[in-house]
Design a protein around this ligand. Structure first.
Ligand code: ZN
Ligand code: ZN
Ligand code: FE
Length: 329
């Protein structure tokens, strides 16, 4: 057994942290034995409908040790203090978010909210990232429906960039960047896929992934903590509709990455930010995957083959089918 603590290594060229954890090398890949998340497994005894478990192969640890290496500038290292959790969304071994009832989905969101709050109150946690990986092509090792939470000791680069841009936008125009995007999409309509009482779903104007969609609360809120019970229910509806839309797009279960973008939990004021949820499915059509390769990984610039507006049209049609199935039973 390897008891080496994970550590953070600073990439001075990019100004980003990398989480290095020797331990995770040993994590299972596409388990074929019994499912550790199904009821009756050692960790899943008892009565539950949504279950939070510690990640058995955490990239971060609450009591991570000081890194052994003490490199000189420009290198630096730091303790990988944090928490990695798994949210088992249902007792059922199969399915997607759209297969949960509306009430059950709302319960999952409530769990997300309370973990965001709880983990966010830990002194060493600066950011709580809630995400969901679905499908073997995304690299999912366990099939049973689950999301993950990483409570990080820093605000990750993508969020940092959004925060910086939103702050600058607010300073310049006295308006929220995300509220303005919403206004534009709502008047333009071309990329809007679905809307309910409190949320708008649309394909991103400058999408990086072919069928990328975003879910925005129409109210200017910074995290799940700001949503009331009614809004959580409408968020549950949005998540079910988006995942059902993806599964209706082609004749297969669509893999995707889902990520919640919320404000950091370092106690500072982020009134200029606006929470939202992003989905990145890896397919560009029924048969072909979109790969991030040279231009994407090598330069950080995404290329988009096709038109987001045409794909929005396809998604709208899939959404109509999905909603009919979800609401008609
Ligand atoms: Zn299972
Ligand atoms: Zn806003
Ligand atoms: Fe975002």
């Amino acid at each position: 057994m390897n008891e080496v603590s994970p550590e953070l290594r600073w990439n001075p060229q990019l100004g980003d942290w990398v989480i290095v954890s020797a331990q995770r090398e040993t994590r299972p890949w596409q388990l074929t034995t019994t499912c550790p998340f199904c009821p009756g497994a050692p960790e899943t005894l008892g009565d539950w409908d949504v279950l939070v478990l510690p990640n058995r192969f955490p990239a971060l640890e609450p009591k991570a040790e000081k890194p052994a290496l003490k490199p000189k500038s420009p290198y630096k290292v730091s303790k990988a203090n944090g928490v990695c959790e798994v949210v088992v969304e249902t007792r059922e071994h199969e399915g997607d978010l759209c297969d949960l009832s509306l009430e059950h989905m709302a319960k999952v969101i409530e769990v997300f909210k309370s973990r965001y709050q709880k983990l966010g109150s830990l002194s060493y946690v600066k950011y709580v990232l809630i995400f969901r990986n679905k499908g073997a092509v995304i690299g999912v090792s366990l099939h049973h429906p689950h999301s993950q939470i990483y409570a990080l000791p820093f605000t990750p680069p993508k969020i940092r960039r959004e925060l910086n841009n939103a702050k600058r936008y607010m300073r310049r125009s006295n308006r929220c960047l995300f509220c303005d995007i919403l206004d534009f999409e709502k008047s333009d309509r071309i990329r809007v896929i679905y809307e309910n009482e409190a949320f708008t779903v649309f394909t991103a104007f400058s999408a990086m992934w072919p069928y990328e969609t975003h879910i925005y609360p129409r109210r200017h809120v910074q995290s799940l903590l700001d949503l009331d019970g009614e809004e959580r229910l409408t968020l549950a509806d949005s998540l079910r509709v988006v995942t059902a839309t993806y599964n209706n797009l082609f004749d297969f279960d669509m893999p995707y990455i889902m990520v919640f973008h919320q404000k950091p939990v370092d106690g500072k004021d982020y009134g200029f930010y606006h929470m939202h949820i992003e989905f990145y499915p890896p397919y560009r059509d029924k048969e072909k995957l979109k790969y991030a390769a040279g231009i994407e990984w090598g330069a950080g610039t995404f290329t988009y083959d096709g038109s987001p507006e045409e794909r929005a049209q396809e998604l709208k049609e899939a959404c109509l089918k999905a909603v009919r199935k979800l609401k008609g039973g």
